[in-house]
Design a binder for this molecule. Sequence first.
Ligand code: UTP
Length: 481
Amino acid sequence: MDQASSIEDRFAAALSVLEKIKQEHVLTFYNTLDAASKDRLLDQIEKIDWEEVARLRETHVLKDPEMKIAENIEPAPFYPNTPTDDLKKKYAEAEKLGEKLIGDNRVAAFCVAGGQGTRLGFSGPKGMYPATPIREVSLFSCFADYIRNMQRKFKCVIPFYVMTSPLNHNETIKYFRDNNYLGLDEKNVMFFPQAMMPGMERSSGKVLMASVDSLALSPNGHGGSLKALYTSGAIHDMRERGVQHISYVQVDNPLVKLIDPLFIGLHAMDEAEMSSKMLSKRDPFEKVGNFCLADGRMSVIEYSDMPDELAVEKNDQGELKYCGGSIAIHMISVSFVEQLNKGAFRLPFHRAEKKVPYMDMESKLPVSPSEPNGVKLETFVFDALPLCDTSIVYETLREEEFAPIKNADGPGVLDSPATSKQMQSNRAGKWLKANGVEVPLDANGNVDATIEVSQLTAVCAEDLETHPLPKEVKRGAEILL
Ligand code: UTP
């Protein structure tokens, strides 16, 4: 329904769609609303694909969807972190190609930051979270500094695209504005919100309301980025700038190599549509997706869907056969996103039972459930991998590139601010050691000091070669570079 239609026509159209699928209760309070609230509710309703909601209610809400795993599963091949002799030449050429693409302004940075970050429990967009061990600069700052470093090094422009959700869009933009775009040029930073999905009551499949004039909406998963990149005009903007490749990262990993010449080069050289970084899994059941070839196509099988017997399988060398863990770092070709959106692409939805706050329809009071009451439906970006004709995987190292902040701090909690800060110090210590600095370790092999290397100073150990460094780091010291 176009926005120029009268509010009466919009209401009639919404009612007709909703009645057909028995979700008309969302209009229960419509007649009591003022004009602005009516518009807000209708606007939300008009943005949702209700046929899809009706279908998903049957397949994903009222029951657990049937999870079909391909018959033929093999581990996905990958480029190892340390090249074998026959790959050395290719890596050298790929790195040069990556550098050329960066220098020619062919690469954009893209951060998906539309998630709600409920596990971390930080009030505000997660990208604003103070992530680093000494200066406590934000995750967004880490990325901005990385971009500034690379722009300086390659005398180029790397536009930065940030996907938000309607829940954190304005706050994210305000943060960048209030902080002078974190040192980036405003005209090279673009924000766009992803689409939303209504939460549904687990027992009835009814769409939950958040208030009399709002559905209980949540972002539709990072898979929504592949559509939002296109519908927002970001892809059009990239085309105008001559950008060919998108470096995709999540907002929660301050160690990510946001723009990595070798990875970019391997992706481009092999003419891949979408590529991924993997790391070697800590154990068979680590909670990361598994890179596989499923019926010959690149796929990530979630840890929860991976049959145990496959997860523990070993190869002839006695190593885990399915060792490749997905850490949500991708290169995506602009033409691939265009091609998906020009066709009728659809990523599968995943079901998650969650505590969805809602409004009680009788009392109109808000309810914060203590147990999961609802189902949220999300799509995942890695589900686009099987749609690629060519997709490569490159192995990175955990200590170099993966220190996500997912959970609030607590004793024994992994992927928390505390574990991330330790890993940031560890990597900084490793880089210092590679440059001849003595660095103390504790009994667990962790750096026994707090070291922070700003991404403006260095994004790899070699960047420190020309930087004034101490001879040694004292136990317990704080060092900021
Ligand atoms: P997570 O799966 O960690 O989810 O997102 P989350 O929403 O941030 O955190 P929890 O589960 O509520 O604690 C991984 C990445 O995908 C982005 C997140 O912002 C993060 O960068 N994401 C997730 C989106 O951009 N949109 C979504 O709908 C979901």
